[in-house]
Design a protein around this ligand. Structure first.
Ligand code: F6P
Length: 528
């Protein structure tokens, strides 16, 4: 059977799903023994020892069956299969979409441009691993023959957000496990204060800079590279003895001899999907060692394999994606908050903002034709419990209902904890997430309307024992696959990003002083 790429509203199962609006009253189903039963049963296994619990979502068997019918009619698993077998899925840029191949092979060999792509990505990772080991062993050094102590990634968007979020997620774990090799820093913003602050805070003489840009043309990254090279020269250092590059073989940087080494990705790995390629591989292997990076890849590979599971109740990424479609298209919710109860995941919401919104923030289908249904939600978030003392007011009592995506672990990463008034800090953290889920779902009556909680606010939680490299890889791939399935469901091309271009073109005009009208006045006001 061939694949039918058609708009959601042309599928009868989608229209049936959209009609299932008032199916579940969350407050009722989550109260009493019913609620306990749901929390025990509404759970799907994830890779890396995690589980996706959707008890507090506005779904029941009828909705889930409708989601399964939609998944089948929309051929979501067949589309995934086509993707990992190397079909041209990125219609806007006419490219294959191969990020899953950076961590494992799910189907047939993918041969593109005369190259076996799994072998290519694995080969690059082996080169990165060898390089990192030599840096750790002091076989690759700075110009004075001294060991590098800090890695500094220069990149923006996908060349920053994912790798930075992953580094922060494992930094304290690696220190606690005695696996920490090198500190990493990140320069992304073209704001000169970003590069200056990082450079001021490190020992430049012993810093290894990783220039990361798939295209090799990004204004911010090339500007920051020049900024750093300038600082190195001012310190009497040779930039070519302090810098490596991660780029695509077709980029203008690829042929440069200004780097100690260059590691390649290609056009089939989207920036926001590149954490498991050399884009994340270089900095993470330097910081924690290649073995830890391998464990992270293994968690992601296990998640990719699970995403092939036909039964949606056992396929967490597909289920999460479809519940999101139901919330967006049937229930009309316009945003999703990502709320990790883990300080290590402090930048994970920022990574998901790009992953989700750059992928599915689209108003035309994969053929460039207008669509008549809503697509990707607004994504935002902060780690709990900090968020509780900030924007949770609106989440609990605001006029919009915002579905919530919690993440929580029973164990901390560092293990150092203290019992205060009968509970540890980790227990207090866990108590808060449990309390929030029930508070959002069930609410509380009060004669004083100002103190009343309506409840009926849906959430899910991804739960694990500890945030390890495997769990992190699983978490990353879960969301990549969720976004991919949602893109398929909405008949979008989730792998291009034309919406970022116009601003870049206008900024170039401002810098070339080719402006008029409002643009000219704004430029003047900003001192350009
Ligand atoms: O402008 C958006 C974007 O293209 C992102 O999609 C990408 O992650 C980022 O810029 C950085 O791109 P590059 O790695 O090519 O410098």
């Amino acid at each position: 059977m061939g694949i039918n790429w058609i708009n959601s509203t042309e599928l009868s199962s989608f229209n049936k799903l959209v009609g299932l609006k008032d199916q579940v009253v969350l407050k009722e189903v989550m109260s009493g023994e019913n609620g306990a039963e749901r929390v025990r049963n509404y759970s799907a296994p994830m890779a890396g020892g995690l589980a996706y619990n959707y008890a507090a979502k506005q779904v029941d068997d009828a909705v889930i069956d409708a989601l399964a019918d939609f998944a089948s009619e929309a051929q979501l698993l067949e589309k995934y299969e086509a993707l990992y077998n190397g079909e041209m899925i990125n219609t806007g840029e006419k490219r294959l979409v191969l990020h899953q191949l950076t961590r494992g092979q799910l189907g047939e060999d993918v041969i593109a441009d005369g190259v076996n792509k799994r072998e290519f990505y694995a080969g690059v990772q082996a080169d990165v691993a060898e390089f990192a080991k030599k840096v750790h062993a002091g076989e690759i050094t700075n110009g004075a023959g001294e060991k590098f102590t800090t890695a500094v990634q220069i990149g923006i968007g996908g060349s920053d957000l994912g790798p930075r979020a992953m580094y922060l997620a494992l930094e304290n774990w690696a220190k606690a496990e005695g696996l920490f090799k090198m500190r990493a820093e990140f320069i992304s913003n073209v704001d000169p204060d970003d590069a200056s602050a990082v450079l001021n805070g490190i020992d430049v003489e012993h810093a290894l800079f990783i220039l990361v840009s798939k295209s090799g043309t990004t204004l911010e990254t090339l500007t920051n590279e020049a900024f750093v090279k300038n600082a190195l020269k001012s310190a009497g250092l040779d930039p070519s003895k302090h810098m490596i590059a991660v780029t695509s073989q077709t980029s203008p940087l690829a042929a440069s001899d200004e780097y100690m080494a260059a590691f390649f990705m290609d056009d089939y790995i989207g920036g926001r999907y590149s954490s498991t390629s050399a884009v994340g591989g270089a900095v993470l292997s330097l910081a924690f060692g290649p073995e830890v990076f391998e464990r992270f890849l293994a968690g992601a590979a296990e998640a990719d394999a699970l995403a092939k599971t036909p039964d949606i109740r056992q396929n967490a990424a597909l289920l999460d994606a479809l519940i999101g479609v139901y919330e967006r298209n049937a229930l009309g919710y316009g945003a999703t908050a990502v709320l990790p109860y883990s300080q290590a995941l402090s930048r994970f919401p920022a990574h998901l903002q790009q992953l989700d919104m750059e992928s599915n923030g689209k108003s035309v289908n994969r053929f460039g034709e207008p669509i008549d249904y809503v697509t990707g939600p607004i994504i935002f978030g902060e780690p709990g419990t900090n968020g509780q003392h900030s924007f949770y007011q609106l989440l609990h009592q605001g006029t919009d209902i915002i579905p919530l995506q919690f993440v929580g672990f029973s164990d901390s990463q560092i293990g150092n904890d203290v019992d205060i008034q009968g509970s540890t800090s980790q227990q207090k953290l866990g108590a808060n997430v449990a309390a929030q889920i029930v508070a959002f779902a069930c609410g509380k009556d009060d004669e004083n309307l100002n103190k009343k909680f309506d409840g009926g606010r849906p959430s899910s939680i991804i739960i694990g024992k500890q945030l390890t490299p495997e769990a992190l890889g699983s978490l990353l791939a879960h969301f990549e696959n969720k976004v991919m399935f949602q893109g398929f469901a909405w008949n979008l091309n989730s792998f291009d990003q034309e919406g970022v271009q116009l601003g870049k073109v206008l900024a170039k005009r401002v810098l070339a002083h080719e402006t008029d009208g409002a643009l000219a006045v704004y430029s003047e006001l900003l001192g350009i």
